[in-house]
Design a protein around this ligand. Structure first.
Ligand code: DX5
Ligand code: ZN
Length: 220
């Protein structure tokens, strides 16, 4: 459905000041965010370590917005229960490329009543997720190599977004397309035009002079 009107905005707390996490989460909540994106990294699946379930739990105490957990970890199947036990966690996304049975992980997240997300790295063709279509509620298309915030948007991912949009229409599926990495008002408009529904934004929101203005600018 290219050319959708407005997007959901999910600020990534990876770009926030961890020393003031509660205030930062409250700030983007007041500024009009729709979701709070939590980037979990294990230093193995990606060359960076961020935080685990206790930090997601701490963040949850400062917002009523849905928490959108992005697991950039190996063997996510070992940890999904810990994250799903956090009040406020609405979605748990794991990577196709991680060493687990991605289908079973998705099924377990759904069975727990949460939204199941599948994420693919820039180098992973959409076709590799083909047989999992129908088993996820969110397709998180990475528009940077996962592991770090503040990287430039990869414009060659726009084709993958529109391919996913076309596929969900052809298959009559209702999953959301979420994009993640280098998203600002300009790149958000390109992704929206290609069919994306949810924009993850770390640097652009947390480093903005006015976070509410930035979120509004990204939404339409
Ligand atoms: C990267 C993370 C992204 C990142 C986005 O591995 O998955 O969510 O934090 O940060 P920006 O918006 O700064 O690219
Ligand atoms: Zn992320």
């Amino acid at each position: 459905m290219p050319g959708r009107t407005t997007s959901l905005i999910a600020p990534s707390i990876l770009a926030s000041d961890f020393a003031r996490l509660g205030v930062e989460v409250e700030s983007v909540t007041i500024a009009g965010a729709d979701w709070i994106h939590c980037d979990v990294m294990d230093g193995d699946f990606v060359p960076n370590i961020s935080f685990g379930a206790p930090i997601v739990e701490a963040a949850s105490r400062h917002t009523a917005l849905p928490l959108d957990v992005h697991l950039m970890i190996q063997r996510p199947d070992r940890y999904i229960e810990q994250f799903m036990a956090v009040k406020g966690v609405a979605s748990v996304t794991s990577h196709l490329e991680a060493n687990h049975d991605a289908g079973i992980t998705l099924d377990r997240v759904r069975a727990a009543g949460k939204k199941a997300g599948l994420s693919i790295k820039p180098g992973t063709p959409l076709d590799q997720a083909r047989e999992l279509f129908g088993r996820f509620d969110i397709l998180l298309i990475m528009t940077v190599e996962p592991g770090f915030g503040g990287q430039p948007f990869m414009t060659d991912m726009l084709g993958k977004i529109s391919e996913a949009d076309r596929l969900r229409t052809d298959l009559g599926l209702g999953f959301l397309i979420e994009v993640d990495g280098g998203i600002d008002p300009k790149t958000a408009a390109l992704c929206r035009e290609a069919g994306a529904d949810v924009m993850v934004a770390g640097t652009s929101v947390f480093k903005a002079a006015d976070r509410a203005v930035e979120i509004r600018a990204m939404r339409e």
